[in-house]
Design a protein around this ligand. Structure first.
Ligand code: GLA
Ligand code: ZN
Length: 682
């Protein structure tokens, strides 16, 4: 997993750079040469090159032209900079998609897309797989030994789906492997519903909203198919350049990609993140979502440093309103990733193109072209700061005591089940009920000063004190047994509404929720789910007070005790937050979507009961976060104010030392300006 172990020339610090498109500037060698000078000024160590350069590399079928790329690779090597060389599958040459229409996707409506756009190849097309292998092989043969080559950046943000005949056949074959017989499939899919019983594999469609199990399996299949596509691309690279790591850029909590699975196949974790701050609102919730995603990337890389492969140095161009980042916000975003284990910070994009969809997307170098822009200067200052943070390099953050499970399959199963409330939250991140529930819990834990590890259903849980399972909707027996064993051995588990409703085919568990045996572990029976209108609030009373919204379950105690109960609605008096002693540990159930003050109060209760250690001994105001990361010279601290207001922090007896400024010592209390970030030596 560690890309440096795989032979990247050892960096003394962090990688800092951008997506770079010299293929679009071949007619202007003076600009390319100027880029190198500007890169040196900003502190660039590396660039991702060639992501969308297929036509520049292969202008006609089988006729390669590499000379322009030779020059760029050589110039990078001369300057001691590295290239993350892309395979160009992210967008198809027009000659290719015109000659081989099968590489273009078919929509649910059965219509084939026109040539053009990007990230839209058929996942199953043999032709496309052959063509990508051929160009990848040519790239590996030409640049495998080049001193500038540090990493293979395979494709770009793989996603989406295709409903063509090849994909349909591949889906049917995938189902055959999973279920072996049609009887087993019909049973698993509950296909007697509305006459969906299949008598031939060939009858199965790629899309049918009335069969929830089909949708779930389709999402699994599409994910698998992307992974296979990526592995097909990686095969020649791994064969020809065994010392060069391969990765692809993830998209955080993107809905259709189960990155836990992808993570098993890449050499290092790389992620793209565009938080889109909006200064009309507090950026706090956005910061929480970004923090969650960074933490998950750290989890996917097995605790090792990971790469922030794309972020914007300024505004994006694809948001609703593309607001500039307010002063401090950009530095804060970068340091947030670094504080959470990123050892690479790359931008999209180095230089604004003159035309095309992204000509107004933020870039380090503007159309004006000099080093005088505000953004350029900002990036140069960050480059210098990252250089000073070089000791962080290969080091990571301390392991947390709390694990939070994020599971795409639960998310997919919930998404394809009609009934539970669908949230309409805004934000740049996919924000469905499943993910928002995860973010809620992450926020409340963070607000309690706790650090969290985001884990998968396969992660080792043995060293955690607390395991949080937000909306873990799909639970099969094996996972239920692991959860039970965790509690029996003294772990404390927190479950929420929607826990263990369905099995692996999205069929409801019989015998009462939570199913798969978890009813006994939580000591409750969840009889029914109340989906609340947006304006409805349910009042809570008891040890945890406040209100709940969106969803509330009417549950009964079966051994658990009540921490809070409903004080409104017809289920007033029914428990909403419960505690159960089980084995050596405990299991809490939160049956409604608590608003943040109540959820924070719950976690404060748990923190005190279990004796969880906070990242820092003092109380932090709302919107302020402290993170730690190990470094070659001890541990560093990062203090963030993610709000629009100045925050005062009382340090008690403690003293803090500014990183890189030995004479600056904080004692008593300190003020943190809006969006300010302090780096500290601990
Ligand atoms: C994605 C893509 C990039 C670019 C950026 C713009 O992350 O990977 O090629 O389009 O979005 O924000
Ligand atoms: Zn297809």
């Amino acid at each position: 997993m560690d890309y440096q172990k795989k032979g990247i020339p050892k960096q003394t610090g962090l990688f800092y750079g951008a997506d770079y498109n010299p293929d679009q500037w071949q007619h202007a060698p003076e600009i390319l040469e100027r880029d190198i000078a500007l890169m040196k000024e900003v502190g660039v160590t590396s660039a991702s090159i060639g992501i969308f350069a297929w036509t520049a590399l292969e202008p006609q079928e089988g006729r390669y032209q590499f000379e322009w790329l030779d020059r760029i690779m050589d110039r990078f090597a001369e300057e001691g900079m590295f290239v993350f060389l892309a395979t160009p599958s992210g967008s198809k040459p027009i000659w290719l998609s015109e000659k081989y229409p099968e590489v273009r996707r078919l929509g649910i409506d059965g219509l084939r897309e026109n040539s053009g756009r990007r990230h839209n190849h058929c996942l199953s097309s043999k032709v496309y797989r052959e063509k990508t292998r051929a160009i990848n092989t040519a790239l590996a043969e030409r640049y495998g030994q080049h001193p500038a080559l540090a990493l293979w950046h395979v494709g770009n943000e793989f996603s989406g789906e295709c409903h063509c005949e090849h994909c349909r056949l591949a889906f049917q074959n995938w189902l055959k492997e999973r279920y072996h017989t049609l009887d087993a499939l019909n049973d698993a899919w509950w296909s007697a519903f509305w006459n969906h019983t299949y008598s031939d594999w060939g009858e199965i469609q790629t899309h049918d909203p009335s069969i929830d199990a089909l949708q779930l399996d389709w999402m699994r299949f599409v994910n698998d198919q992307h992974v296979l596509f990526m592995l097909n691309e990686m095969e020649p690279l791994r064969e020809l350049t065994p010392g060069i790591p391969c990765t692809t850029n993830f998209m955080g909590t993107h809905e259709s990609t189960n990155y836990w699975q992808w993570a098993e196949h890449v050499d290092c974790i790389a992620n793209d993140l565009y938080p889109l701050p909006d200064d009309r609102k507090d950026t706090w919730r956005n910061a929480i979502r970004a923090d969650f995603i960074h933490t998950m990337m750290r989890g996917m890389s097995g605790g090792k440093p990971w790469m922030l492969m794309e972020c914007s140095p300024s505004s994006v161009n694809w948001g609703g309103i593309n607001q500039l980042k307010r002063p401090g916000v950009h530095r804060q975003e970068v340091l947030q990733a670094v504080a959470n284990g990123a050892s690479t910070v790359h931008y999209f994009q180095w230089r604004k193109g003159r035309g095309g969809f992204e000509k107004y997307h933020g870039a380090v170098v503007d159309h004006e072209g000099s080093n005088r822009s505000r953004v350029f200067q900002d990036c140069a200052a960050i480059g210098a700061e990252l250089k000073s943070l070089a000791p962080l390099g290969e080091h990571d953050c301390p392991t947390a005591e709390v694990a939070l499970l994020y599971d795409w399959e639960s998310r997919w199963a919930l998404k394809s089940s009609k009934g539970p409330k669908v949230l309409k939250e805004e934000g740049p991140f996919a924000s469905d009920l499943y993910s928002e529930t995860c973010f809620d819990h992450y926020e409340a834990l963070t607000q309690n000063g706790l650090s969290v590890d985001v884990v998968s259903t396969k992660s080792d849980l043995s060293h955690y004190k607390v395991l949080v399972l937000p909306a873990l909707y799909f639970v099969e027996d094996a996972l239920a047994s692991r959860i039970r064993a965790f509690v029996e051995k003294g772990g404390n588990v927190v479950g929420t509404y929607l826990t263990a409703y369905v099995d692996s085919s999205n069929r409801c568990h019989l015998g009462g929720f939570p199913g798969a045996g978890l009813r006994e572990v939580f000591g409750i029976w969840n009889e029914e789910l109340d989906n609340l209108h947006d304006e409805t609030r349910v009042i809570l009373e008891g040890e945890v007070q406040g209100v709940a919204r969106d969803l509330a379950e009417r549950i009964h105690l079966e051994g658990a005790s009540t921490l809070a109960q409903a004080a409104s609605e017809f289920y007033a008096g029914h428990p909403l937050v419960t505690h159960m002693d089980y084995g050596e540990g405990s299991a809490c159930y939160i049956a409604a979507r608590l608003e943040m003050p109540a959820l924070c109060a719950f976690y404060q209760h748990l923190r005190e009961k279990v004796g969880l250690e906070r990242t820092v001994a003092c109380d932090l105001p709302q919107g302020v976060v402290f993170r730690k990361r190990k470094s070659a010279d001890g541990t560093l601290g990062f203090l963030f104010n993610y709000t629009r207001e100045t925050k005062r922090i009382g340090l008690g007896e403690g003293k803090w030392f500014a990183f890189g400024e030995p004479e600056t010592i904080y004692a008593g209390s300190l003020e943190l300006a809006p969006y300010a970030t302090l780096t500290l030596r601990l």
